[in-house]
Design a protein around this ligand. Sequence first.
Ligand SMILES: *Cc1c(COP(=O)(O)O)cnc(C)c1O
Length: 447
Amino acid sequence: MIAGRTRAAWIDDFPLISELAAMRELSWFNPEIAGTAEEGIADVGLTEADIRDASARLKRFAPYIRSVFPETSVSAGIIESPIAAVPNLASVIGERKGVQMPGSMWAKLDSHLPISGSIKARGGIYEVLKHAEEIALKHELITLDSDYSVLDSDEAREVFGRYRVAVGSTGNLGLSIGIMSAKLGFKASVHMSADARQWKKDRLRSHGVEVVEYESDYSIAVAAGRKQAESDETIYFVDDENSKSLFLGYAVSGHRLAGQLQSMEVQVDADHPLFVYLPCGVGGGPGGVAFGLKVEFGDAVRCIFTEPTHCPSMLLGVHTGAHEALAVQDFGIDNVTAADGLACGRPSGFVGQAMGRLIDGFYTVDDDEMYRLVAEADGAEGLKMEPSSATSLLGPVHVMANAEYRERIGINDETFANATHLSWITGGNMVPEDEMASYIVKGNSLL
Ligand SMILES: *Cc1c(COP(=O)(O)O)cnc(C)c1O
């Protein structure tokens, strides 16, 4: 039995499950999306005011961030990534896939986010800062009006040193939380699943972070971390499967992206839709970003998630409505993938339920294809990214191939020609050079 039903009954009700279990590439466009963005946003239980609150907190911390991470001084301590037009990459991928890529294609380079080189520098760092602010206020190190750079002091580090921050991670979240926590002076523990890359563990240990290694899946690492924290109130556990703080840290990107698109004179409205392609693991990162985007752009933005063929966990959860009750392994899907950032076999129940009706669709990408895309991004644009991120580059091909979906959301050919496609490149900048070079060699050998 799987979550109260036999395997055969699940497949009877949801034939797509057998296709997922075959681990071949596919797409699924959600027939149950909300009629309007507004209606979908009402499901989430969080509001624009919550995003503004998170944004204001990050502004309060900016002087501190600038002081301890000098690489953020160009953005005055705000951790943000650039966007880049990628026309050459659009034609290279289009040519290989035999389609004329529609509209214009852009990349959001979270691969280049300061501090930890991945999308986790949004949610992960935000949650640690929120926790640090609570402690700093309680110990009267600051008031809400202080210049937070005073937290870069031995006095503050001594206070934070009485507390520990813990997290379970496949790698990138651990890097963000570990580096930020250690910088503030917290003790930090990162519970790493088996698929975490060695260099990520080494990097964390070099920052004085305790790395606890597991032979098993990400969910087990998270459960172990959660358990450790339950028994000790000085330990704060960042719960990737349920955290609303993480989610809001990601959501802040929506408003900022609007400013970036505007400064590049990219129009987004009903006649100029914006399609955003988001690599999905447990769901918090893409879910939070998608929430921020929907709040910012309403129905003009369409969010599509992408997952490895070997780990389509959010797709399984949203399609069946069973969310965290199902893991991909329940159906013999092995969760073994080069996309270590996405290898979460069980999705976040919070994100699936909150965001299910705001996610227009999903597509899966196999590992060989990820390597090809990594090589093409390097060759066509000189962009370096980890395999997880490269999945987002195939989005326009899937939307192009699905006329039924476009019609259903009221986008005709003329409007589609005005579309902007934005692939969220979620990680890569901190991958060691030799490892990146080996991804590219492998991708080129598969082209
Ligand atoms: C974590 C991660 C994601 C997805 O975020 P989730 O919150 O796990 O869904 C995507 N890409 C990379 C590189 C990541 O590290």
